[in-house]
Design a protein around this ligand. Structure first.
Ligand code: NAD
Length: 234
């Protein structure tokens, strides 16, 4: 393997699976036993805001519990960012904070963050570790009913897309870790990178539908540290 100068890594729910956070099973349309259109669409929030607040409050509580910790794959990515002397960007579809807790610094959360909420009026984003709902008063406008999870739902525009596309067009390796390739636009990133002559790599428990140049299958905690070490040694 030739030593790359610029790398973009995309992570999905699979990297956090061995930390105890359930993945989103696109095949049966359920996320933590809830139909996705109920808890991850603007229409679902309009229909039943209480259910949506409760769903993300539960996910946040779980994320902050003592049992949930970064695993060896998160740690290997943070070490790699530190040791690699080229350009590095980590893009995650995950709304958890396990990359940051492992020590990653250059991370873009394209689908938002569980530990943030947003005012529907001012669009200001606030950190939040506790539960909140319709009755919670917003810090900026002081009214109830204005706060929502700072999470990108289906049908909404992901965050940082221009910055991500620029990095994809300039990278020489693109690595997708633990993502099913069912959720766009993230599912199309490998094609953007490929069109710009990058080598594309998939690290996953099992084969997904996309044709990557290199595929390695196994649990993320095992294959991610091994593959990243190989790049550093190249
Ligand atoms: P997905 O659930 O659709 O796919 C998960 C992928 O991870 C699958 O391809 C599976 O084979 C793979 N996988 C499972 N366990 C693995 C392991 N131990 N090692 C390596 N790979 C493993 O996830 P997605 O593609 O990220 O799309 C899901 C959407 O749901 C995202 O947009 C995300 O915002 C959201 N989500 C986030 C979290 C989180 O923050 N941790 C959890 C669930 C869902």
């Amino acid at each position: 393997m030739q030593k790359p100068e610029s790398i973009v890594i995309l992570t999905g729910a699979g990297i956090s699976a061995e930390s105890g956070i359930e993945t989103f099973r696109a095949a049966d349309g359920l996320w933590a036993n809830h139909p996705v259109d109920e808890v991850a669409t603007p229409e679902g929030f309009e229909r039943n805001p209480q259910l949506v607040y409760q769903f993300y409050n539960q996910r946040r509580e779980q994320l902050l519990s003592q049992d949930i910790k970064p695993n060896a794959a998160h740690t290997a990515l943070a070490k790699f960012e530190h040791d690699f002397d080229g350009t590095f960007l980590l893009v995650t579809q995950n709304i958890d904070n396990l990359h940051e807790r492992a020590g990653s610094e250059n991370v873009l959360h394209m689908h938002g963050e569980l530990l943030k909420m947003r005012c529907l009026n001012s669009k200001m984003v606030f950190d939040i570790r506790e539960s909140f709902d319709y009755d919670t008063r917003c810090e900026c406008c002081r009214s109830p009913g204005n706060l929502r999870p700072h999470v990108v739902w289906f049908g909404e525009m992901p965050l940082h897309i221009n910055q991500i596309n620029m990095a994809l067009e300039a990278c020489d390796i693109f690595i997708a870790i633990g993502t099913s390739g069912n959720v766009y636009p993230a599912a199309g990133f490998y094609q953007t990178a490929k069109n710009c002559q990058a080598h594309t790599v998939e690290l996953n428990l099992e084969k997904t539908g996309s044709s990557f140049d290199t595929s390695v299958y196994g649990p993320a905690t095992q294959i991610v540290p091994e593959y990243l070490e190989k790049i550093l040694q190249s």
